[in-house]
Design a protein around this ligand. Structure first.
Ligand code: BG6
Ligand code: MG
Length: 221
């Protein structure tokens, strides 16, 4: 039986994915790397330095910059990103998610955060929902980023549940792969998540509720 949920943050609880994309897009243009929607999708769920490396590789520039220069690029990107998220309020919680978090609480389920973002605690504070989660995995403690299962395994340990008792929510294909590899049930949200064949899938967060999930579990068995 399902007893808990591991949540990605960006693109699942709030639409900060668009701010990450904008900040990377602007940096890519500045350093002369062509942007594509496909590249934007591939970066979803990927850590800050890994994202920069993917952008540089996409343009054959993986060896062009020193570690110090790359560090400076990631700081520049994050400074821009932090500016973009300044105005976030509880109104920026994606459709359906406030109601779903209430259902989780009243149903006696537990939830934790498996976000690669070092900005996650700040965003959850701004959204006013940080207390809805038992804990947040600190991405600084990870040896491997998504699609490695490590972050979801740690988020499951926080819940003190077995993988079979957990549903993980993700908008990124790397994240869906990570959930599945951790032995949890993946609930994919949106088109980018679909390509990784999650066990459960919805087009939008507005479609997420305990009843819809229960129906989806029935159909997929
Ligand atoms: C993930 C986002 O949640 O966090 C990625 O999907 C982002 O786009 C990653 O690169 C790292 O975030 P941050 O805030 O630590 O740079
Ligand atoms: Mg995401």
């Amino acid at each position: 039986d399902i007893k808990g949920f591991t949540f990605d943050l960006d693109g699942v609880i709030t639409d900060t994915a668009k701010f990450h994309e904008q900040a990377w897009h602007d940096l890519a243009l500045q350093i002369g790397v062509n942007w594509s929607d496909e590249l934007g999708n591939q970066l979803k769920g990927i850590s800050r330095m890994d994202s920069l490396n993917m952008i540089l590789s996409a343009a054959g520039q993986q060896d062009k910059y020193s570690d110090e220069e790359k560090e400076a690029f990631t700081i520049q990107k994050n400074t821009h990103y932090v500016e973009l998220i300044q105005g976030i309020t509880p109104k920026d919680i994606l459709p359906g998610m406030t109601a779903f978090l209430s259902e989780i609480k009243s149903g006696g389920y537990v939830a934790s955060i498996a976000s690669a973002s070092k900005n996650a605690p700040k965003i959850l504070e701004k959204l006013g929902i940080i207390d809805d989660f038992v804990g947040i995995v600190d991405p600084a403690t990870l040896s491997h980023g998504k699609p490695d299962p490590e972050i979801f395994t740690k988020a499951g340990d926080i819940l003190k549940l077995k993988p079979s008792q957990i549903i993980g929510l993700e908008d990124a294909s790397a994240g869906v792969e990570a959930i599945t590899a951790a032995g949890q049930t993946a609930l994919g949200i949106g088109l980018a998540a679909k390509s990784a064949s999650p066990k459960l899938w919805v087009a939008s967060t507005a479609d997420i509720s305990l009843a819809n999930i229960a129906a989806g579990m029935q159909n997929s068995n």
